[in-house]
Design a protein around this ligand. Sequence first.
Ligand code: COA
Length: 158
Amino acid sequence: MRKAIYPGSFDPITNGHIDIISRASKLFDEVIVLLAVNPNKECRFSVDERIEMLKKATSQFDNVKVDFYPGLTIQYARNVGAVALIRGLRVVSDFEYEWTLSAANEFIDKGIEMVFLMAHHEMTFISSSAIDELYHSGVDISPLVPKVVIEMYKKKSK
Ligand code: COA
């Protein structure tokens, strides 16, 4: 079984992420969407809230699972026998960041391939922090995120 990991902080998950997950699920037997820790980010949603959103937002994919790991993503990938780490690329600045990240991952384990999927053009402006800003400025974000994200925002503001 060819297993791949799609890591991120998903604060919150967006339709840009769903697009990558959907395409990865067709390339691999199993995709694990991994809630990982980006030490440079302070997240709005808790780990439990993000896991709940990820599970609900990916429930339509039979071969997609959700997990959380507080350590290094590449170590998790090795532990579960994954063959690849999936990352989405939107703009050139993503590439610079990914270049460094993939070099660090390669230093730890050369056996796990980095697989980059190009985001669809209409998705390139979406990011989790843009979603957060738009929502809190009163913009309708429903075309940009799974339904559960809006439900979670509403629950949080009660
Ligand atoms: N569609 C929409 N948005 C996308 C996207 C896509 N295809 N790809 C990326 N993004 C957005 C993300 O939502 C995120 O938005 P934000 O900065 O507003 O929150 C931004 O682009 C950056 O995404 P990403 O590079 O995936 O960062 P991240 O914080 O989501 O994930 C980790 C980074 C968690 C994967 C990484 O820090 C990690 O693996 N941490 C674990 C520890 C580790 O292994 N570190 C590496 C050791 S050197």
